[in-house]
Design a protein around this ligand. Structure first.
Ligand code: ZN
Length: 41
């Protein structure tokens, strides 16, 4: 059911930067465990 799919994505834990704890945006997934700022250091 569609509602179950929406519920699934809503319950997905957000990624957090391993360095500063900042929430990582979906499009930055390629940076792994670090946010935009920390991966540029
Ligand atoms: Zn960071």
């Amino acid at each position: 059911m569609l509602e179950n799919v929406l519920e699934f994505f809503r319950n997905l834990p957000k990624k957090n930067c391993a360095t500063c704890g900042e929430t990582i945006e979906e499009q930055h997934e390629c940076y792994g465990n670090h946010c935009d700022k920390c991966s540029n250091l």
